[in-house]
Write a protein that binds this ligand. Structure first.
Ligand code: PLP
Length: 387
C-alpha cells in the first residue's frame, strides 16, 4: 500500500446490504428463508444475524441503480487495494477464476504453455476451453513441484512463439514461490499474455513487498483464493485483470459462463469486508502469522528425525512463505498420511493436507499461539516415537 486512499474505509457492498437487512421490509423474493426466519432451528440459531445478509441482487439494496452498482464499487476498491486494473469477486472459489482465465485465453490462440505444478481446476479449464496444453516441467524442490525455471519457459516460448499465453501456478500449495519476475519479463518481451494461479499468494505482499507477486511483475490476469488465508468466507476468490491484453468484455463474458445468476451477497460481503481489513491491517495480520510460523520452525527445527522445509532447501531465485510450514517425519518412520491421522486422533491437531512424505500446516493471523505451541509439541512427540 503505497499511498493511503480514504475511500478504502468504505465497504460499499457489505455496509449497504447490512443496512438493508436491518430494514423492516416485507420480502417477496429469493431466498425463501426470509432472513433466516424460515431456517431449521439449530441452523437459524447458529446463523444469527448473518442469515439476514444471505441475499442476492436486489434493486433496493443496490441503491436503486444498476443491479451490480455496489458490487462494481466494491470490486473497484479491491482493484485499487490489490494493484489490479480491474478485479472480479468470485463466489465459486479460485477454481472458477482459473477456468475463466482459460476461457479468456481461448480468444488468443489454440495452444497454451501450462506449468505442470497445477491444481485440478487448470485441467478443467483446459477441457472446457479446448486449448491444447504444452506442459512446462516444474522445478522440483525436496520432491515438491514448484514454478518452472525461467530457462524452461524461455525454451518453450522460443519453440512455440504462437501460444495463446503462458499459465503458471505460483506459489504452490506448499508455499514455495519462484522467479515470476523473470518469467514475466520473457512473456513481455514476446508479447505473450501471462496468467497466474496465485490462489495461495496475495498475502505475501504484507510480509515482504519485494516478493514477485503477479501484480508487481505485470501479469495480465491472475487469480486469488482469498478465503484460503486472507480472511474471507470459504468459496470466495478474486480474479484480477492487470492490463488491456484481455478486454474486460472477454473476461466478463467468460465469467458469466462459470457464474451463478444469484451470487451470494453474504459471500460477496465477506470479500468486501476482508478487503477493508487487509487494506488497513494486512501488514500486522501477516507479520503476526509469519512470526508464528517462525516460532514453530524455531521450536522444532534441525532435528535428525523431523524435517521442516526452510529457505536453506531452496535453489536460488525461490523463496518460502513463512506462514506455510511443511514437515516430514519420514526419518522417524511416519508417512505424512499416517502422521496426519495420529495428529488428528491423538493430539487434536488438524493439518491442511498430507501426502506420502509431508504434512502441510497453514498458519493464520487468527491463530492462537498456544495452538502453535501444541502443534510443535505434538510434532516433537511423534518424532520421538518410531512410526
Ligand atoms: C493452486 C490452487 N489453485 C486453485 C485452487 C482452487 O481454489 P478453490 O478451492 O478456492 O476453488 C486451489 C485449491 O486448493 C489451489 O491449490
Amino acid at each position: 500500500m503505497s499511498t493511503f486512499s480514504f475511500a478504502q474505509k468504505d465497504a460499499p457492498l457489505f455496509d449497504n446490504f447490512h443496512q438493508y437487512s436491518r430494514r423492516e421490509i416485507a420480502a417477496f423474493h429469493t431466498p425463501g428463508h426470509r432472513g433466516g426466519r424460515g431456517c431449521e432451528g439449530l441452523f437459524r440459531r447458529l446463523g444469527g444475524d448473518l442469515l439476514a445478509l444471505d441475499l442476492t441482487e436486489l434493486k433496493g439494496a443496490n441503491l436503486e441503480q444498476d443491479p451490480d452498482f455496489l458490487l462494481r464499487a466494491a470490486e473497484k476498491l479491491a482493484a485499487e487495494a490489490f494493484g489490479a486494473a480491474h478485479s472480479y469477486f468470485l463466489v465459486n472459489g479460485a477454481s472458477s477464476g482459473v477456468v475463466t482465465a482459460f476461457l479468456a485465453l481461448k480468444g488468443k490462440g489454440s495452444t497454451v504453455l501450462v506449468a505442470r505444478n497445477a491444481h485440478v481446476s487448470v485441467l478443467n479449464g483446459l477441457v472446457l476451453s479446448g486449448l491444447k496444453p504444452i506442459f512446462l516441467s516444474p522445478t522440483w524442490v525436496e520432491g515438491l513441484p514448484c514454478l518452472p525455471a525461467a530457462e524452461t519457459v524461455a525454451k518453450a516460448l522460443a519453440a512455440h512463439p504462437q501460444v495463446a499465453g503462458v499459465f503458471v501456478t505460483n506459489p504452490g500449495y506448499h508455499g514455495i514461490y519462484g522467479p515470476l519476475d523473470a518469467i514475466a519479463t520473457l512473456c513481455q518481451a514476446r508479447k505473450v499474455p501471462l496468467v497466474v494461479d496465485e490462489a495461495h499468494g496475495g498475502h505475501l505482499r504484507y510480509i515482504d513487498p519485494a516478493i514477485p507477486e503477479a501484480s508487481r511483475v505485470g501479469a495480465d490476469l491472475w487469480v486469488w483464493g482469498l478465503h484460503k488465508l486472507m480472511g474471507s468466507l470459504t468459496q470466495t476468490g478474486v480474479l484480477h485483470l492487470g492490463s488491456t491484453v484481455f478486454s474486460r468484455e472477454a473476461v466478463e463474458e467468460a465469467l458469466t459462463l462459470v457464474s451463478s445468476t444469484s451470487p451470494s451477497y453474504l459471500l460477496l460481503s465477506s470479500l468486501d469486508s476482508a478487503r477493508r481489513q487487509l487494506y488497513f491491517h494486512g501488514r500486522e495480520m501477516f507479520t503476526q502469522a509469519a512470526g508464528l510460523g517462525s516460532f514453530l520452525r524455531r521450536s522444532c527445527g534441525d532435528r535428525p528425525r523431523l524435517k521442516i522445509l526452510t529457505a536453506a532447501h531452496l535453489p536460488p531465485g525461490y523463496g518460502l512463505d513463512p506462514t506455510k510450514v511443511v514437515v516430514s517425519l519420514t526419518a522417524a518412520g511416519w508417512s505424512g498420511l499416517d502422521a496426519e491421522e495420529i495428529l488428528r486422533r491423538k493430539y487434536g491437531v488438524q493439518a491442511e493436507y498430507a501426502d506420502r512424505d509431508y504434512l502441510y500446516f497453514f498458519i493464520s493471523y487468527a491463530q492462537k499461539k498456544q495452538e502453535v505451541t501444541a502443534l510443535g509439541e505434538a510434532l516433537l512427540a511423534l518424532a520421538a516415537t518410531p512410526g
